[in-house]
Design a protein around this ligand. Structure first.
Ligand code: G6P
Length: 465
């Protein structure tokens, strides 16, 4: 854990909770475990005055009062349906998300979305300002809230402000398209420490701030605005390794994995993909490569089962709806061409699966395909590795995932090169157990070394010195 602070206030688009209905029909909150919450919770609990400011996902326009859950003070920020449309579906996921992911889908620029983005960022900044004790540390997260550091500095110059971007930061040449490029850059520059997943992201931002004339260069990882120093550094995010490692060793998970393999028809090999249904993830390229391998006869449909979990995501955004149709057509084509009664070749789940089922899937998967066209980090790759406690299993990983900077022993692919993806899948299916073990051992060493806790304390320690 990082050293205790004078209050640590986390500001993230989502609160780490969800509403559930209990047996009496009342709605209550439960924490949704995730890398970020497990990484910062110990420091928050040890730092009086800590809080987490975020959106609970509701759109009825009401704002629930702050409440305590599992030792954390949670401060909801409410949105109406129209505000969600402009801030979340619009500017965040219709403009910034595609722009920051190489414009794999077109990025739309609408002034009304921008107005909504400013309004909601202001709301978050005011909530964070109201929650922060004198001299507190505030850590702002991700692309939905890039104006918050600057707004917060205006409201509360006494605070230490950190900002971390979980997704890639694009090259300035692409970022320049954004009509509000100066405002966004200035917003981020309100922070004292700015963190990115990879050196490319940090370098792109550093170059951008200087080229827009908003800050001057002070060495490779520092910027200067009228004598105020801003550090720009790389902090690759990790996962709660123990949760996956010890979780997957439980006898009921071993049993569930055995049961899954039986239900899949005892195939020689199980291939797995687990993603949010997002066009950045390369689900379609994987399916096309797999379909071609079946058609070429390099993969036999009775010997291999492919399970693809595609978690529903951002389904009000057009590009996500288009992707869903594309993916489901491909699944239908492959099963139509190669399935047998009772034995589809692709097992497709457009659902969010629970933690235990996810672990059983990671345990049953001989080959894990992680083939994004662009990804900030990709935690699924790390979760799979953390679950392979017996050093078995093979990871195929895109060069364009942030995780590729660390997970060098994976079988690497360029997801734009379909022949290369096919070759990587074949390599993964035919690999010798010795080669697989050597690779997995090395991957596990890296995943364990840079877990969620060390990521958070690395960032917070730098922010507070
Ligand atoms: C990415 C983003 C997060 C986001 C998550 C889920 O990992 O970096 O900020 O919370 O996707 O997306 P959603 O739109 O459901 O919050």
């Amino acid at each position: 854990m990082a050293s205790p602070q004078t209050g640590l206030v986390i500001v993230a688009n989502r609160l780490p909770v969800r509403r559930v209905e209990n047996d009496d029909g009342e709605t209550t909150w439960v924490t949704s475990p995730g890398g970020l919450v497990s990484a910062v919770a110990p420091t928050m609990e040890a730092s009086p005055g800590s809080a987490w400011v975020g959106w609970a996902g509701d759109t009825d326009g009401t704002t629930d009062p702050p409440f305590e859950l599992d030792g954390l003070r949670l401060v909801p920020v409410g949105l109406t349906e129209a505000e969600k449309g402009r801030h979340y579906d619009g500017m965040s996921n219709g403009t910034l998300w595609p722009l920051y992911h190489d414009k794999i889908a077109p990025s739309e620029y609408h002034r009304s979305w921008w107005d909504g983005y400013k309004l909601i960022n202001q709301r978050f900044a005011e909530a964070a300002a109201a929650e922060s004790p004198e001299g507190a540390t505030v850590w702002v997260h991700d692309y939905q809230l890039q104006l918050v550091p600057g707004m917060l500095r205006e409201l509360r110059p006494d605070l230490r402000i950190g900002y971390f971007l979980h997704i890639p930061f694009p090259p300035p040449e692409l970022f320049y398209q954004l009509p509000w490029r100066e405002e966004i850059t200035k917003g981020i520059l309100g922070a004292d420490l700015i963190g990115f997943q990879t050196p490319d992201g940090a370098g792109n931002f550093h170059r951008l701030a200087v080229s827009l004339g908003l800050a001057s260069r002070d060495g490779r990882s520092m910027l200067d605005i009228d004598g105020r120093k801003i550090r720009v550094r790389t902090y690759p995010i990790g996962i709660d390794v123990d949760r996956y490692d010890s979780g997957s060793r439980r006898p009921e998970i071993t049993e569930a994995a055995r049961d899954l393999r039986a239900r899949l028809g005892q195939p020689h090999r199980v291939i797995l993909g687990v993603d949010r249904l997002d066009y950045t993830k390369g689900i379609d390229v994987r399916l096309r490569a797999f379909g071609e391998l079946l058609a070429d006869g390099h993969v036999h449909p009775a010997q291999v089962a492919y399970v693809q979990v595609a978690e529903p995501s951002r389904d009000q955004v057009g590009a996500y709806q288009d992707l869903r149709s594309r993916v489901e057509r491909l699944v239908g084509e492959i099963n139509g061409d190669f399935g047998r009664v009772g034995f589809p070749v692709v097992h497709y789940l457009h659902q969010t699966r629970g933690f235990d089922e996810l672990l059983a899937l990671y345990r049953v998967a001989d080959l894990m395909l992680v083939t994004p066209f662009r990804d900030g980090m990709n935690l699924v790759a790390k979760e799979y590795v953390a679950s392979r406690y017996d050093d078995s299993g093979v990871l195929v990983l895109s060069e364009f995932a942030g995780a590729a900077h660390q997970l060098r022993e994976a079988i690497r692919v360029n997801p734009y090169d379909i022949a290369g993806v096919k070759a990587a899948i074949r390599h993964g299916l035919e690999i010798s157990p010795e080669e697989a073990r050597v690779r997995m051992k090395a991957l596990r060493r890296i995943v364990k070394r840079s877990d969620a806790t060390s990521w958070a304390s690395g960032f917070l320690d730098d922010l507070t010195v």
